[in-house]
Each structure stands twice: as structure tokens, then as C-alpha cells.
Design a protein around this ligand. Structure first.
Ligand code: ADP
Ligand code: ASP
Ligand code: MG
Length: 456
């Protein structure tokens, strides 16, 4: 790895790619087939993070027992396909015992730090098992605790990586490791300066792979998942979605930001910064190929006007209305100051003379959007204006290039949606997207109709 002229690929496998023994075995074959893979970054086996998050919220003893049994079952089923290794079984049992005691603690008093410590066991266990799957295939691998290098701040649950420290720590702890051995490590988890475990937010393993890729001067970051690339929309929603063979960083980042779950929204930030191509493919069907994401000047085909449709569920709409706004100055500034004080990140905004409508993204929170809107925040806003809160909304985004130059945009985009009501729309701020809010129940039909009219 220290030789930079060598190819260095970081391969990340998501939850379904390490869900059971067969999935791990497919993923291990991908690693074996590419001698350039130097570091493997893993998610927890599918389902485990959700169970751990539920345990971290505090559960009754009986429910705790059931959840822990499910976790144990998923990991034991993998263990049983591996050569007998009492030491490994002990390690998994030790992790399960820690999960049990931390879950008990969480049922008494939960905290974001405790949650992160608890959920980290998902990635810690899957990575440990994967080392053995590789060894079973005669490939020597080193298990590496990513918390040694993945330094973050202490915003538990959504920690922010410290890029320079990560680079230095990777130099000190990772680059010197034996280059003959593959390094197997965890996605999603990190540690703050005093050593406590943090996490990068749900789906954060993609981001880990990109951060390590940047720190190690990787030549490519491979994201192996359950779909053979990035599609024109979520193939689970629209069966006619088509694979995009190559896409620019900017387009893919826009898709990820607007809900294309195939990439965590922050994944492309390090990749763009360091100009590292990102490949997305299916670990079940590696021969089907995938999507390559790189800079606009590497793209061979012409950039299309419409690239994709993305969908983000769980959106909350706040409508603020005040007659005092009429010809007044500073009203918007006051509203945004209150939101900032309460750490609310505003997503879309539209304004008229006496009203402001804004959306808050609550994906990634386990509860509904209302929990972000505390009584204190709503009281403060109400002292300034009328406040209306609406939930059960979804954000649909059309991603493309030079979208503000289209003639007849309204007809193209809104004609197919004539039987639906559109609650809010944003067009013009960015040339890369047009987005609007719709009722959650209408979202899938709308994505299908838009996909049909723009891509089929
Ligand atoms: P992993 O566990 O491997 O990280 P994720 O579930 O996070 O996998 O991401 C893969 C999923 O992303 C797919 O199963 C698919 O349903 C969803 N997805 C959403 N939008 C897209 C898109 N435009 N192209 C491909 N997949 C998408
Ligand atoms: N295991 C974590 C999650 O489910 C991180 C990831 O899979 O990327 O959110
Ligand atoms: Mg993911």
C-alpha cells in the first residue's frame, strides 16, 4: 500500500453482501478475483443494525431477548459454515454478551454515545467473520479496527470525520501493514478524540470507504451492493429503471443527496476532492458490470438533460405565515436564526410576501419528524408567526444537466402528474435538479410516471 504507483482499490460490501454465509462467500470471491483490492470495508450483516438501533432505544427484557437471539442467529449461521474455531466463537459470544449488557443499560437510560457503542458491534462482528471466510479460501487477511484511524468529532450518531487526522492516522497505522495481506475493516464506525465509539450516520459505510480511499491514495473505490449499478431511478420502485453505465461525480452526488440510497450522500465528497473513481456493482452478480462515477472530463458520452429521478421519504413541511412580513425587513433572518439555534437544518425553501414554506429532512432519524421540532422551537416560532406542520410527505427530485435551460419544462414535468397534488416545488436555484413535495402515498406512482415520461 505504501507504494503509490501500485493500484490500490478499496472494496466496500453493504449489509446484503454480508447477510449470510453465501453472500459473504460471493463477496470474498470478488476480493480474490481482484489483486488490486487492498482494503475491504464492511457493513453489518443485513438487519443487524436495525435490531441494534431498536435495542439502543431501550426495550423490555422479553423484547431484548428476542432481538439478541435474532442477532446471534444471523451470526451463528455464518459461523457454522466455517471451520471449527473456538477462538472465533468466543469472540462472537463476547460481542453478543456486550450487546446484552449495553442493551440493558440502554433500557435504563439511553444516550447517543451508548447507542453508537452498541450499534458498532454489527460491523465489528461481520468484519471478524469475513476474515475467516477469506482464510477458508486460502487468502490471508488482517482484521483491523477502523476506530484506530477513523477520527471524528463527538456528534454521536452523525459524527463528522476529521480528514487531516484520518490521513495521518492511516499513514501511521495502515500503510505500514503487510501488503501481502488484505485488510478487512468496518464501515460506519469511528472514534472521537477520547476514544469513544462514534458512527457516521445510517448507511455510512460507503462514506468510510471513500474516506479511507482518500487517505490511502486509492486508485478506485468499489461499492458492492444488491443492485448492478446506479439506475435512472430506484429499480425497486420502477422495474423499467435502466442502469447508467457512467455518470459524473456531480450527477451522482445530486442523486445521493436527493435519496438514491445506493450511495450515502457524503460518499462522493472525498472522491471528488481526490478525484478517485467510484464503481458501483452487485456482489451477487459481479459479471453484470455496474456504474462508474468519475469527473465530467472522463465521461465519454454526452451529458443528458435528464439523468435520473430520486425519491426521499420522511419529509416534514413547515409553513410559516405572518402578516407582519408584509414589507418588513429581517423576518426571514429571524426565522432562520431560531431554526439555527435549535440545530434544524433546512432543506428546501420557498417564500412569498407573507409566508415561508420550508422542508426538514428526517430520513435517518428512527422517529418521525416531529421529534426534531421540539416544543421550545415551535413556541419560539409561534411567538413570531403562525406555524403549520405537515408530515407524511416525500421529496421527488429530477436530476439532470442545465435544467434551467429547458423549454416547456412545466409541461414536460408536470403534465404526467395531472392527477396528483404537488405541495411545494423548487426550480431555478440549481441547474442540476427540479424537486417537489408530494404525499407519501403518491410517491411511488409519481416516480413511475415521471420515469416513464422522461426515460422510457
Ligand atoms: P447496501 O446495504 O449495500 O449499502 P443500500 O440498501 O444502502 O445497500 O443501497 C442499495 C439500494 O439502493 C438498492 O437496493 C435500491 O433499492 C436503492 N436505490 C435507490 N435509488 C437507486 C438508484 N437510482 N439506483 C440503484 N439503486 C437505488
Ligand atoms: N450498518 C450501517 C447501517 O445499516 C451502516 C451501513 O450499512 O452502511 O446503517
Ligand atoms: Mg447503503
Amino acid at each position: 500500500m505504501s507504494n503509490q504507483s501500485q493500484q490500490c482499490v478499496i472494496a466496500k460490501f453493504g449489509g446484503t453482501s454480508v447477510a449470510d454465509y453465501q453472500a459473504m462467500s460471493n463477496s470474498a470471491n470478488i476480493v480474490l478475483n481482484n489483486p488490486n483490492v487492498k482494503v475491504v470495508v464492511l457493513s453489518a450483516s443485513a438487519g443487524i443494525t436495525n435490531l441494534l438501533v431498536a435495542l439502543a432505544e431501550g426495550r423490555e427484557p422479553e423484547v431484548r431477548k428476542q432481538h439478541i437471539a435474532k442477532i446471534q442467529n444471523i451470526q451463528y449461521n455464518i459461523l457454522e459454515q466455517l471451520p471449527e474455531n473456538p477462538h472465533l466463537r468466543e469472540e462472537i459470544d463476547h460481542a453478543i454478551n456486550s450487546i446484552a449488557s449495553l442493551s440493558e443499560a440502554a433500557s435504563l437510560a439511553t444516550s447517543p454515545a451508548l447507542t453508537d457503542e452498541l450499534v458498532s458491534y454489527g460491523e465489528l462482528m461481520s468484519s471478524r467473520l469475513f476474515v475467516e471466510v477469506l482464510k477458508q479460501k486460502n487468502k490471508q487477511a488482517i482484521w483491523f479496527d477502523v476506530r484506530k484511524v477513523m477520527r471524528t468529532d463527538n456528534k454521536f450518531g452523525k459524527a463528522v470525520p476529521k480528514i487531516e487526522e484520518i490521513k495521518q492516522l492511516c499513514c501511521a497505522h495502515l500503510k505500514s501493514l503487510n501488503t501481502q495481506h488484505i485488510i478487512v475493516t468496518q464501515g460506519f464506525i469511528g472514534s472521537e478524540s477520547s476514544g469513544k465509539t462514534t458512527t457516521l450516520g445510517r448507511g455510512g459505510s460507503d462514506y468510510t470507504a471513500a474516506l479511507l480511499g482518500e487517505a490511502l491514495n486509492a486508485t478506485q473505490i468499489d461499492i458492492w451492493t444488491d443492485v448492478a449499478g446506479i439506475f435512472t431511478t430506484d429499480p425497486r420502485i420502477a422495474s423499467n429503471a435502466k442502469r447508467i453505465d457512467e455518470i459524473t461525480f456531480a450527477e451522482a452526488a445530486e442523486m445521493a443527496t436527493f435519496g438514491a440510497k445506493v450511495l450515502h450522500p457524503a460518499t462522493l465528497v472525498p472522491a471528488v476532492r481526490s478525484n478517485i473513481p467510484v464503481f458501483v456493482g452487485s456482489s451477487k452478480a459481479p459479471d453484470e458490470g455496474g456504474t462508474i462515477v468519475y469527473s465530467a472530463n472522463s465521461i465519454k458520452s454526452e451529458l443528458p438533460l435528464f439523468r435520473a429521478v430520486a425519491l426521499r421519504r420522511k419529509q416534514t413541511l413547515l409553513t410559516l405565515h405572518s402578516l407582519n412580513m408584509l414589507h418588513a425587513q429581517g423576518f426571514l433572518a429571524n426565522v432562520f436564526a431560531i431554526l439555527a439555534k435549535h440545530n434544524i437544518s433546512v432543506d428546501l425553501v420557498t417564500t412569498s410576501e407573507v409566508s415561508i414554506a420550508l422542508t426538514i429532512d428526517t430520513t435517518g432519524t428512527s422517529t418521525d419528524g416531529c421529534s426534531l421540532l421540539t416544543k421550545e422551537l415551535l413556541d419560539e416560532l409561534t411567538s413570531l408567526c403562525n406555524v403549520e406542520v405537515q408530515e407524511d410527505l416525500a421529496l421527488v427530485a429530477i436530476i439532470g444537466n442545465n435544467l434551467t435551460t429547458i423549454k416547456g419544462m412545466a409541461k414536460k414535468v408536470f403534465d404526467p402528474l395531472e392527477q396528483f397534488s404537488i405541495r411545494l416545488s423548487c426550480y431555478g436555484a440549481s441547474t442540476h435538479n427540479i424537486c417537489f413535495l408530494v404525499k407519501s402515498n403518491d410517491a411511488d406512482s409519481i416516480v413511475n410516471l415521471l420515469h416513464q415520461s422522461l426515460f422510457e
